[in-house]
Design a protein around this ligand. Sequence first.
Ligand code: XMP
Length: 311
Amino acid sequence: MDCKAFVLKQAEGIRRTVGDATAISALSGGVDSSVVTVLGHLAIGKQMKVIFIDDGLMRQDEPQEVKGLFAKLGIQVRVLNAKKRFFDAFHGLTDPEEKRKAFRDTFYKVFGDAVKASGARFLLQGTIAPDIIETKKGVKTQHNVLEQIGIDPESGYGFGVVEPIKTLYKPDVRRVARFLCLPPSISQRMPFPGPGLSARCMGEVTPPRIAIVRKACLIVEQEMAGSKAFQTFGVLLADRPTGITKDGRRREGDAIAIRCVDSKNAVTAQATKISWARLVRMRDRILKEIPTVTKVLCDLTPKPPSTIEYI
Ligand code: XMP
């Protein structure tokens, strides 16, 4: 892939589409939205405002880390606290597709409000090829794909969407990120789903349940650091497995699945081979640091038939 030609072409495309208007970049800190943010910065400079929506579904300390990282690149990021709106939208929902749709609708409403308040006419977004393919095929509703499912963002939410990397797969996005001199913590960043930890929380999405899965993800990521896995995370299942207290009483608790996959482009995936010692370390930390857990499982399912995430 010719990264220079790609960057020049997309920057020109953004300039042409946005014209004299202003645009907002929806930064999540992942490699996709980071590349789009830098492309927008190169293309239209101060005509672009960068917003990071803190939906309450990010990994440990992620919003502040992302803000700090972009400040070093000379790009100011506004963190918008929208936690309550997202948790309200999830209230009472347990069906995976309903949860995805609730996330998507809230995401666009929150952004719609931010776009309106700022007077911006466009939203720059890091949709990539697999997002579109999976949404079109009906595998699952990716939060960042609208036109493909028949929603016109202009009439539905009040702004135009610009998607400069929608023809790329992950390896090429990473190439472009390196070409743009983004640091490895971004160019090599592990993929994280748009709906955040809600995609790793079976059953209802509530602040205490998200706190549990956030901790599980942190433990699995830390213990798998240095591995070549494509994604490593923990999942909070909806089951309430029976456990036993130290003094022999029965209790119900939480079930955590460890999910680590190898993949090239997220279209297919295999379970990562993990040593027994590493698995035991993860299990012990999960049991110690999340005292409500009564079951730790390891998910070995490839994609297909599974998907990488749980919703
Ligand atoms: P699945 O679970 O479909 O995930 O096998 C494939 C890859 O996409 C990520 N993923 C998402 N990314 N918006 C995104 O930007 C989403 O709604 C979304 N859902 C899943 C997932 O983490 C994996 O890398």
